[in-house]
Design a binder for this molecule. Structure first.
Ligand SMILES: [Zn+2]
Length: 534
């Protein structure tokens, strides 16, 4: 690398014909495959179809010429010699497909100066330490089991506590915002998914069907059609609208095994789902009320960097990827655009990323260490209500089709918890901590008192354990620290005598001789307010 940088070789660009390219790379079979894709199939180097025939170009520096669309720096001397790092060498399947041959890939990174490189490497190191797959196992939150299957997480007791807390949060927030809760089955007859459009537009993400008693069933990839049936189960008046139906629903979606990634891409997921049925006049206000929910959660989780992305349809893909109704696409996209603009919500637009039934807002957030996640979505649906014959009686006594907003501000448990593990580095706020308090006796003679303290805390609804094993106290403290328990209570002679505890917080702060009652108050108050700090 340094030799090449020292040579200050220009990067020379040229466009070549497919024939020239084939001659140039005659002994490189994978390059030839790329050239064929570009030339015949109009497939780009990522394997995506492209509408126009792509230009085949190369870059050359010194004696090395390669297929490349660029861009490049002007010459190799522009790479700062002490601001790059070759990171690793790893096997990579050709075109990301495990059925293909494995190639060698060299990873590297280059920055404007040494300081930027350093800060990037530090951030990567921090990300590695906080990786939710690593911490998820160490903190006993979730596991994957071969015999259960890839992409199907098993939530351990500690992870289930986090799930219960998130659901409690969602239920409280949604109840205050006028939602009603419903529950629906995991299996549904084929007919419903035909009518909803899922089998036309979403089949690739669904599991194969199963036959029972001559009827075909699918496991649900989304909860919407069932919620629509609940809305449609009685005659609705405009006075009832908006109707907001919420469910933490479990869905199953097919993801290729090569694309599965920890909790971020899974095959079974529990979704913070709800469907809001409203009139067109109510749409903007309802939409903004959903955005308000996001903000409540962002505040609570201390997420200060986020961006909303409005995904719209692609006019050339109507009928294939999107429901074929050009005027409704334009109208609903404009409604969302206007609601966001009038509500002063900054957003960017992304064409050809909508749901099949309408435009959507994806919310991208950044964790404390700067990793980007797409968590929540908010979608407008003009297609499914009509397909499922949903209607209400308007003020003039006529039948009208409601609009539907699909929303999931807390995303799925899988992604949200994956995010939160990395965001907090496992140091969850007290209300989310699977174990909030650990009582540690100085010697075994203090075990009885430790058990009493535990009982008192448990009686107050605190998640507490006492470590009465035969390990030395220092070991017990280290184990509690490893599990990132927010509060440790050390009890010895003095504490027994005074009926107090010595508090050691996860962040290192200490307070000796604290009356048990005062600690109970501290922890219950911290939980009740869902405080960020200990
Ligand atoms: Zn939905």
């Amino acid at each position: 690398m340094r030799q090449i940088i020292g040579g200050k070789h220009d990067f020379a660009y040229r466009e070549v014909s497919a024939g020239d390219a084939r001659r140039l790379f005659a002994d490189q079979p994978y390059k030839l495959e790329l050239i064929d894709g570009l030339d015949e199939g109009e497939i780009d180097e990522y394997g995506n179809e492209v509408t126009e025939k792509p230009v085949i170009s190369t870059y050359k520096h010194d004696t090395f010429e390669d297929l490349c669309r660029g861009p490049h720096v002007e010459h190799t001397g522009k790479i700062v010699a002490d601001a790059f790092r070759l990171l690793s060498v790893a096997g990579a399947y050709w075109r990301g497909d495990e059925k293909n041959a494995m190639l060698q890939r060299i990873y590297g990174t280059a920055w404007r100066n040494r300081k930027e490189l350093r800060s990037y490497l530090d951030q990567m190191e921090e990300a590695r330490k906080r990786d939710h797959r690593k911490l998820g196992r160490e903190l006993e939150i979730f596991i994957f089991e071969d015999e259960v299957g890839p992409g199907l997480p098993l939530w351990l007791p500690r992870g289930s506590v986090i799930i219960e807390e998130l659901e409690r949060l969602a239920k409280e927030t949604e109840e205050a915002a006028g939602y009603e809760r419903v529950r629906t089955p995991h299996l549904t007859k084929e007919d419903l998914f035909l009518r909803s459009g899922h089998l036309d537009f979403y089949k690739d993400s669904m599991y194969p069907p199963m036959e029972m008693e001559g009827v075909t069933y699918y496991v649900k990839p989304m909860n919407c059609p069932m919620h629509h049936k609940i809305f449609g189960s009685k005659l609705r008046s405009y006075r009832e609208l908006p109707v907001r139906l919420a469910e933490y629903g479990t869905c199953y979606r097919y993801e290729q095994s090569g694309e599965l990634f920890g909790l971020m891409r899974v095959r079974s997921m529990q979704m913070n789902d709800a469907h809001i049925y409203c009139s067109e006049e109510q749409f903007a206000a309802e939409f903004m009320r959903v955005v308000d929910l996001y903000k409540i959660y962002f505040d609570l989780f201390d997420i200060d960097r986020y961006v909303m992305r409005l995904s719209t349809h692609h006019p050339k893909k109507l009928g294939q990827k999107y429901v074929d109704n050009s005027s409704l696409w334009q109208k609903t996209e404009e409604m969302v655009r206007r609601a966001m603009t009038e509500g002063n919500v900054p957003f960017v637009e992304e064409p050809d990323e909508a749901a099949f039934y309408g435009p959507k807002i994806d919310v991208q957030i950044w964790s404390a260490i700067g990793r980007e996640f797409t968590l929540a979505t908010n979608q407008v649906d003009f297609a499914q209500p009509e397909r499922l014959d949903l209607s209400y009686i308007n003020a003039a006594g006529e039948r009208e089709i409601p609009l539907c907003i699909h929303r999931a501000p807390l995303g799925t448990h899988e992604r949200t918890i994956g995010f939160l593990i990395e965001h907090y580095g496992g140091n969850f706020p007290v209300w989310l901590s699977p174990e909030q308090v650990r009582v540690i006796p100085v010697t075994s003679s203090h075990n009885d008192y430790a058990a009493q303290v535990e009982e008192r805390l448990a009686g107050a609804g605190v998640r507490v354990a006492s470590d009465l094993g035969s390990d030395r106290m220092n070991n017990k403290i280290r184990q509690a620290q490893n599990m990132k328990v927010p509060y440790m209570l050390i009890v010895g002679d003095r504490e027994v005598e005074e009926e107090t505890v010595s508090l050691r917080k996860r962040d290192g702060a200490r307070q000796n001789g604290m009356p048990v009652g005062a600690f109970v108050e501290l922890v219950t108050e911290c939980v009740a307010s869902r405080a960020q700090t200990l």
